[in-house]
Ligand binder design. Sequence first.
Ligand code: PLP
Length: 435
Amino acid sequence: MNEPEYKQADGAIAKLFVFNSAINFEMSKSVFGKTLRKDFSFEDGYIPLGHGSFGAIPNVVKQKQREYQDKSEAHPDRWNRFEMIPIIESNLGHLSRLIKCDAQDINFVSNSSEAASVILRSYPFKAGDKVLHYQTAYVNVNKALEFIRDQYGVQLVTVELKYPLEDQEILELTKQAIDREHAKLDEPKIKLAVIDAISAAPAVLFPYQAATKLVQENGILAMIDGAHSIGQIELDIKSLDPDFFFSNCHKWLMVPRGSCVLYVAKRNQGYIHPTTLTFAYKHHDDGFDTSTFKLEFIPPTIDTSNYMCVEEALKYRESLGGEEAIREYTHNIAVEGGALVAKMLGTQVLENSSKTLTASMVSIELPPFNTSLTDSEISSFIMKKLIYEHHTMAASYKNNGKWYTRLCGQVYVDLDDFEHAGKALLVILEELNKQ
Ligand SMILES: Cc1ncc(COP(=O)(O)O)c(C=O)c1O
């Protein structure tokens, strides 16, 4: 078979690996794993298991970004006035094909925290409007919700989730909250719901498609926090039809930090304005007024080279076999690695009976420990030891009264990397018992 070729930034020609749809995990181990770390800029000895937080870019992407930065310096006026925007738009085009939406409905912002603030701070809430969210939402998103509560008098309806949960249980808890609030006939109904695609802590895949449908059927706008989703799970925005969606490209898609795609359904575009207002700002009474959505998000003077690297990141990912092959490997290695670490620790992975909670990040229960440290001191103690003494990283957090740690599968990790984290955690927990 003639495999397609791919020209790397250094001029070398690489073969594209072509996978069958039913990819064999064992076979994929010859493509993926720690040998790929040479394609990245990690320092020697670093075991990268925590990239769900900040991601990592291959050297070819880093080189591409530097090229764009050099072009900007070579002729700042030509670049910023004429050449930069078409390249950003072309990269948005690549993203729109990847997540299946109209390129006219997406813009770049720096990160998911900004995307959440853009939506929540610009939507025309009235005092008393209710917003439904889960206590497991990301802290910066919950803080943006606190802001609109304090500033505009929005009321927050919080659904508590105690994992492990079946998808159906999450949906039932959501339905109960909606029914309870909507039965209060003299109070405003819930206006918007904040739904994770994948939550960060605990690291679990959320039934976001069914939750979107459920809230929309009840007349509620669906804002999907997909911070971890692009590059980790398959997305189809057209069939999901959320009101708002955003995803970092720097976490799982290998695009430089910070880059986040913000999708707004045409029916809401008139309401949404960037955090930094510019020449294109215009008030619209009608959400359907799409006339300034693209223009308003043209960034004022910042380094936009990160936004221009989607195409190069996708090319690199194609050279490894493409999105489906990457998803298969990163999921399987997270499941296998999570099981190994749980066995080493004598605990279990955070999963439900239908095994829907693990995408490519796995939450592993920590064994009980005895310490006088506070929760935030425990989390920081484990993190510092992992980073400075064991050259790796795993975020640790409490859920439903138990401690968990989060390990991330990625194209450049192997099973023995998880073993390294397991050994490190055993040593650290021993030390924690003495604190
Ligand atoms: C679920 C979720 N939402 C939002 C964010 C915020 O992302 P950023 O730090 O890029 O703003 C994160 C970050 O980890 C997250 O996990």
